[in-house]
Ligand binder design. Structure first.
Ligand SMILES: C[S@@+](CC[C@H](N)C(=O)[O-])C[C@H]1O[C@@H](n2cnc3c(N)ncnc32)[C@H](O)[C@@H]1O
Length: 230
């Protein structure tokens, strides 16, 4: 199944599944990512693009954190049903929500101060192309913030435990909540195929980003990256 169709199918229960499966931590991860981005942004109004915006949680969190500093908020995602949910959630927030993929961003070069991708880079069909598009559309000095899960490593007990939870428990629970076990098996399978934080940092540097932050959050399979367009 195509990835956007899979997200169409789980869109109705997506938010509740996130809250339950992450034990509420997903909201803290987004806040942490945006607060970290905030530290590296110049003290002026912010034009922001959230790629793989899903149901819009990164945008609503950005409004909470940046308040009036947020000048422009754009969300982009290829799943129509996820975008529809984002539209209804962001009804009064004056955001622009568009259908599209990271690999072909419908924006001019040097458009945004901040681009965020929360749990979306793993879904890019062509990661290299998507990251290059991000680089192209960021303003000079602009900030990229990525939240993503990292594959299993020979880490400590907590890493092993969180990986066991992701691989064994999440597909069962996610399947019960959304009726789509396949989508939650895809989650752990796609994490296993995803680069380690060291390798993703190398990819970002290769494209031209200055990597400012690579931080494991709690639990440590969740990683926050902040890069700057040089
Ligand atoms: C796990 S959800 C993350 C949603 C949201 N960012 C969040 O934090 O909850 C991943 C999203 O990536 C989107 N996606 C899939 N392929 C994509 C692509 N090529 N470019 C951009 N987004 C994509 C899916 O439609 C889905 O909404």
């Amino acid at each position: 199944m195509e990835i956007p169709s899979m997200f169409d199918q789980i869109s109705r229960k997506y938010d509740i599944a996130n809250r339950v499966l992450s034990l509420g931590l997903d909201t803290l991860w987004r806040k942490k990512a945006l607060k970290e981005a905030f530290k590296h942004l110049p003290a002026k109004k912010i034009d922001m693009l959230d790629i793989a915006c899903g149901t819009g949680d990164m945008l609503t969190t950005a409004k909470e954190i940046f308040k009036d500093r947020l000048n422009l908020g754009v969300g982009l995602d290829p799943s129509l049903k996820m975008v529809e949910r984002a539209k209804s959630k962001c009804r009064n927030l004056n955001f622009h929500l568009v259908l599209g993929t990271a690999e072909n961003l419908p924006f001019k070069e040097n458009s945004f101060d901040l681009i965020t991708v929360a749990f979306g880079v793993r879904n890019f069909k062509n990661r290299q192309k998507g990251l290059k598009e991000i680089y192209r559309t960021l303003k000079e000095g602009g900030i990229l913030t990525i939240l993503e899960f990292s594959p299993p490593s020979n880490g400590n007990f907590l890493e092993k435990l969180s990986w066991f939870y992701t691989k064994r428990i999440v597909p069962l629970l996610g399947g019960v909540i959304t009726g789509n076990k396949e989508a939650y098996s895809y989650l752990s399978n796609s994490i296993e195929r995803f680069p380690t934080s060291e390798n993703l940092s190398k990819e970002l540097k290769h494209i031209g980003f200055q990597v400012l932050v690579v931080k494991k959050l709690f639990p440590p399979i969740t990683v926050l990256y902040v890069g700057r367009k040089n």
